[in-house]
Design a protein around this ligand. Structure first.
Ligand code: CP
Length: 307
């Protein structure tokens, strides 16, 4: 039932280079005060996992574009009565919903659903298990272009629970295509991935190695909700070995900036003074998220953004 004329945002890998550039340029223009268009469309937020940043910023982005927004309360929806996700999306489409923002704990669920949604209904992957989080990668790239080193000078290390991170998977795919000079990942062996494309990506075995030479670090939360090893890793031990303190950051390149997609666990993967410090881009990422999601909603509506 896939309709080639209907735009979806499922992952970074299937986006064309010119679309990526157009989205980055449009988010930049919107953040600089460009007037948003008005879209006579309806978006439904369908979140099967908790979210603050992604859900609220998609809602704000849609409202700034004049769209109607429906936030589905899943515990009061008919999914609790056994309705399938395919039936729920078909039902929403029949009522006039144009776009569904879906977060789901199951890796690959959004891709499978895209093959079954009615023609004309756009699907936006707001995070599927350990799979993909394309809008996060795009807002991170826009934040780097606004505040970080230029791509040919970028020495980025992503540190933490890479194994379960859809942010790392989508980010690495995007930063590689934007020709980042050097990409690295670091973390305990147990949290290293076995199914992420690491071509051109170096693997660091210690935090010191991860920091050496980096002019941007992206810290990641340990995703305990995706682990079956109860109690592992111990938060204090993890912080001592892999947490980003001012001391650890001092081993990076001078001026090294710090990103984190959030939510942060203070005192675990990042110390509070680093998260709140002058090198932190964490709230810049959040701010850029609204503008990038406006650009994405415009693009999904078929707008010729960036042209
Ligand atoms: N970064 C991110 O996806 O945050 P939320 O889970 O709060 O949406």
């Amino acid at each position: 039932m896939t309709d080639p004329a209907t735009r979806h945002l499922l992952d970074i890998e299937t986006l064309e280079d010119r679309t990526i550039r157009a989205l980055l340029d449009r988010a930049k223009a919107l953040s600089a005060g460009a007037a948003p268009g008005t879209l006579d469309r309806t978006v439904a937020n369908l979140f099967f996992e908790p979210s603050t940043r992604t859900r609220v910023s998609f809602e704000l982005a849609a409202l700034r574009l004049g769209m109607r927004v429906i936030n589905i309360e899943l515990d009061r929806s008919s999914s609790t009565k056994g309705e399938t996700l395919v039936d729920t999306t078909a039902t929403l489409a029949a009522m006039g919903v144009d776009c569904i923002v879906l977060r789901h704990p199951e890796t690959g669920r959004c891709h499978r659903l895209a093959a079954e949604v009615p023609a004309g209904l756009s699907l936006l992957n707001a995070g599927d298990g350990s799979g993909h989080h394309p809008s996060q990668a795009l807002l991170d790239a826009a934040t780097i272009e606004a505040h970080g080193p230029a791509w040919p000078e970028l020495d980025l290390c992503i540190v933490g629970d890479i194994r379960h991170s859809r942010v790392a998977r989508s980010g690495l795919a995007l930063f590689r295509r934007l020709h980042a000079a050097r990409l690295r990942i670091g973390g305990p062996p147990e949290l290293m991935p076995d199914d992420i494309d690491l071509s051109g990506v170096e693997v660091c075995r210690t935090l010191s190695e991860s920091m050496a030479g980096a002019n941007l670090v992206m810290m990641l939360r340990i995703q305990r909700e995706r682990m079956d090893q109860a109690g592992w890793p111990d938060a204090e031990r993890y912080h001592n070995e892999w947490g980003l303190s001012e001391r650890a950051l001092s081993r990076a390149a001078p001026g090294c900036q710090v990103m984190h997609p959030g939510p942060i666990n203070r005192g675990v993967e990042i110390a509070a003074d680093v998260a709140d410090g002058p090198k932190s881009l964490i709230l810049d990422q959040v701010r850029m998220g609204v503008f990038m999601r406006m650009a994405i909603l415009e693009w999904l509506a078929g707008e010729a953004i960036g042209s």
